[in-house]
Design a protein around this ligand. Structure first.
Ligand code: TGC
Ligand code: FAD
Length: 387
């Protein structure tokens, strides 16, 4: 299958990276595409894909231990691109399970915690969530109100979280809460922990093929050994976000390419005024804009993961890539929908679904404007978040 590659990015990839991408592409074509429209309409994730994606090594594939795939960061990005080409909800599952939950336990857990939780999560036999956002604290997670109070050999968790992917079904919940010293810590809440309850958020027009929940902790007792010992302060969850934002910067290219290819093919086949609409200058302008911005986004994403592989990337550079590439993909989806005319509002074509999904992607993992201010702080030295 050919795909948009105007500047020969293919030549810059290793054989292993191409193989990882092709494996993900095959999985999407053979096992996912036929499921998407019914699942999207029903507002359900095809749960049987969770262990299948684990088997294929899609969760935190850049990690080298605990059964992870030991691939490059670029290969990770390419896998996310193929998943999001199908649906942002599919990539989201891999982001939450891998780059957020597995990453948190891997970075901040003890060897015993690694052995206890990582194998089941990497294989996808167990489902994880990453609970940072609260009802009253989204962009400012540092203001979180959830508390973990020490009580003998336990912690007592009180508070709530909102907009959490898979929280209602997760076997392993990575929950961020402040301890008695007011420091942010990471706590593992296991399935059926007394005092935990969750409810799925209904009525979503975006990311419908993904479960999103709100949840509450009411005197939820968890043993001391469920605290991640190396997580101390807000930088712990924020460092996990960096890994997921890299996956998003690559992933949304997949959604944009799908929109571009759908619009190009439609424009060549659709006739108005006696000729294909692809021949009209205004339509060509939209298609060329998409091609141009996708190509720039590909080069940005590739350079970013090459810097990560070399150990030289800074979190602000990840912010810039997340910000630019999601913005680019949303604009592509919007232009593609326009080119499809009335057909663009139905799920006979993937474009309107990508467009709605990308609205979530623009908000989560730091909104477009929050990333503006993160980069703005870096280049000006002035902190727009300081009160
Ligand atoms: P600030 O002072 O900036 O930072 C606090 C401490 O954290 C460090 N830090 C980072 N460390 C590692 N990686 C990063 N990306 C980091 N960003 C900051 C920082 O150096 C500092 O360390 P220290 O040692 O000095 O304490 O804190 P602030 O309160 O001013 O933060 C503001 C801001 C905007 C940067 C931050 O809070 C932020 O990123 N807000 C956006 C929130 C967000 O992205 N939430 C995502 C929730 S998870 C999610 O959406 C999952 S959806 C997944 C899916 O389905 O795909
Ligand atoms: P707010 O922070 O209330 O922001 C509202 C508006 O105000 C935005 O436009 C924002 O840019 C703007 N704004 C805020 N502060 C400033 C400022 N200082 N300057 C200028 N503008 C500002 N979270 C998790 O922890 N785990 C998950 O698994 C998860 N999954 C999600 C799945 C979906 C589908 C969605 C939609 C969200 C998910 N989130 C998750 C939450 C997500 O990270 C937050 O929605 C996001 O961080 C924004 O927070 P908010 O929605 O509370 O918006």
């Amino acid at each position: 299958m050919t795909s948009l590659d105007y500047y020969g990015i293919e030549e810059l990839l290793s054989d292993e990276e191409r193989a990882a991408r092709d494996r993900a592409r095959r999985f999407v074509q053979e096992e996912v595409l036929s499921e998407i429209v019914p699942c999207h309409r029903a507002g359900k994730f095809p749960e049987h894909l969770t262990p299948r994606m684990g088997k294929l090594g899609f969760y935190a594939p850049y990690l080298k231990e605990h059964g992870c795939a030991r691939l490059s960061d670029t290969a990770y990005g390419l896998i996310m691109q193929e998943l999001e080409r199908a649906d942002s909800g599919l990539r989201s599952l891999a982001s939450v399970q891998g780059a957020l939950a597995i990453q948190a336990i891997h970075s901040f857990g003890s060897p015993e915690q690694h052995a206890r939780w990582l194998p089941g999560l990497v294989s996808g036999e167990r489902v994880a969530c990453f609970a940072l956002t609260e009802h009253g604290h989204g962009s400012d997670p540092g203001g979180m109100e959830t508390r973990a109070k020490r009580n003998g050999d336990n912690y007592i968790l009180n508070g709530s979280k909102c907009w959490i992917g898979n929280a209602s079904i997760a076997d392993v919940k990575v929950v961020w809460a402040k301890d008695d010293d007011g420091r942010v810590g990471g706590f593992i809440v296991e399935k059926d922990a007394p005092g935990f309850r969750a409810r799925d958020i209904e009525g979503k027009f975006s990311l419908r093929m993904s479960r999103t929940s709100e949840c509450w902790f009411e005197n939820c007792r968890i043993p001391e050994e469920n605290r991640l010992p190396k997580a101390s302060g807000l930088s712990a969850p924020l460092s996990c976000l960096s890994h997921a934002r890299v996956g998003i910067a690559w992933g949304v290219i997949g959604a944009a390419v799908d929109c571009y290819e759908t619009a190009l093919s439609y424009a060549k086949g659709r006739e108005q005024f006696g000729r294909p609409i692809a021949g009209f200058q205004l339509v060509q302008q939209k298609l060329v804009w998409m091609l141009q911005e996708i190509t720039k986004a590909q080069l940005l994403a590739l350079r970013l993961t090459r810097m990560i592989e070399a150990g030289s990337a800074r979190p602000v550079q990840i912010s810039l890539a997340k910000r630019n590439n999601v913005w680019m993909a949303l604009k592509c989806a919007r232009k593609a929908r326009d080119i499809l005319g009335a057909a663009g509002i139905t799920d006979r074509y993937p474009v309107i679904r990508h467009l709605m999904n990308l609205e979530s992607v623009s908000t989560y993992e730091g909104t477009h404007d929050i990333h503006t201010l993160i980069v703005g702080r870096d280049i000006t030295g002035v902190d727009a978040f300081a009160g």
